[in-house]
Design a protein around this ligand. Structure first.
Ligand SMILES: NC(=O)c1ccc[n+]([C@@H]2O[C@H](COP(=O)([O-])OP(=O)(O)OC[C@H]3O[C@@H](n4cnc5c(N)ncnc54)[C@H](OP(=O)(O)O)[C@@H]3O)[C@@H](O)[C@H]2O)c1
Length: 324
């Protein structure tokens, strides 16, 4: 039986506006309330998405006794503060990626969720996409032999708006935290949490954040992840999982619609479907129904490991955020 899970939405920006549409597709999920710093924005969002309860502060939302879980959709630098706010008030949390700005914050969030015995998960939605999961099944079945290398890129060209979330250091902007987090999550899923070597180069632009980065990770038995991220350069958004017996191509791997498996002298195997934020929301519902405070598919140790790697990358390129 599907357990009823009552959701609150914290923040009314671009991603909240998309997440809520897919949340409605999840059996048992009910979007009960939305909070914005502005009543007008909350009212607009609630009317658009048919949400019954409106709050003009995040503090009011977390005190609503009807809500089980809160989806945090604020800029990266608020993830820790808003996660702790929700946990303090007894709410389970699905927190947008990147999980935190740095590992110090991530550790605090994880420790507090465990202390409070509440569910916490990074909204690494790609992980729950059925096409992505099929590709991982191919890997686990050994269809491409031993995986030796991952090549994965995520980038786009945003307009020059230095005050905006992507380019503003005060909002923890930059390509590494915003988009490299996806290829890094794919690398950790394939090769494990602890690379033995990390190399990185980046261009830090006029606003003071990394506009593009090249990252190479080496793992214990010689596997390599060769990754790139960009917010001011269009790059192909794809992943190639390269094995001794074949390869898997995932175009736009972070919201995969298509996966193609090539093996020598065999017909390509293709799967499609996927996309959508409903799968991560369904994972939250499934964990809560089982009284789990952590997802097995996107565990907190992995979210922490990814942030630790991003810390090391930023150290190498000499990038710190205000207050770090
Ligand atoms: N999973 C995905 O596919 C995906 C895609 C895009 C972004 N994200 C993640 O989601 C988070 C939000 O990204 P977004 O693109 O939705 O950002 P956005 O459009 O700028 O929205 C962020 C929202 O956060 C709230 N907020 C609170 N304090 C703020 C402040 N000082 N400055 C700006 N906004 C503030 C605002 O809501 P109110 O004004 O209503 O309070 C704002 O609308 C980021 O961490 C990002 O990495 C995930």
């Amino acid at each position: 039986m599907v357990k009823l899970v009552r959701w609150g939405i914290l923040g009314t920006g671009r991603i909240a506006d998309r997440f809520i549409v897919d949340l409605k597709k999840v059996p048992g999920a009910e979007a009960l309330a939305v909070a914005s710093r502005s009543y007008t924005r909350a009212e607009f969002f609630a009317a658009k998405h048919h949400i019954p309860q409106i709050y003009s502060s995040y503090e009011e939302l977390v005190k609503d006794p009807e809500i089980d879980v809160i989806y945090i959709a604020t800029p990266h630098n608020f993830h820790k503060e808003h996660t702790l706010l929700c946990l303090t008030n007894g709410k389970h949390v699905l927190c947008e990626k990147p999980f935190a700005v740095n590992a110090k914050e991530a550790r605090q969030m994880i420790a507090y969720a465990r202390e409070k015995n509440l569910f916490l998960m990074e909204a690494m939605w790609s992980r729950f996409n059925p096409v992505y999961q099929r590709a991982m099944q191919w890997v686990n079945e050994g269809l491409i032999g031993e995986v030796r290398m991952l090549k994965a890129d995520f980038g786009f060209r945003t307009a020059w708006q230095p005050e905006g979330r992507l380019l503003n250091p005060a909002l923890a902007g930059g390509s590494i935290l915003d988009v490299a987090v996806y290829p890094l999550a794919l690398a950790s899923h394939l090769f494990g949490l602890k690379p033995v070597a990390i190399q990185a180069l980046a261009h830090v632009g006029a606003s003071g954040v990394d506009e593009q980065a090249g990252i190479a990770l080496k793992y214990a038995n010689g596997q390599l992840a060769v990754l790139s991220s960009a917010i001011r350069t269009r790059i192909p958004n794809q992943a190639l999982i390269l094995g001794t017996e074949g390869l898997i191509w995932l175009p736009v791997f972070w919201r995969a619609r298509l996966a193609v498996l090539w093996r020598s002298r065999k017909m390509p195997r293709i799967t499609w479907g996927g996309i959508g934020y409903q799968y991560e929301a369904a994972e939250v519902g499934s964990c809560l129904s089982q009284n789990k405070i952590e997802s097995t598919l996107m565990p907190l140790a992995e979210s922490l490991a990814i942030v630790e790697i991003m810390d090391q990358i930023r150290e190498k390129i000499g990038m710190q955020y205000p207050g770090e």
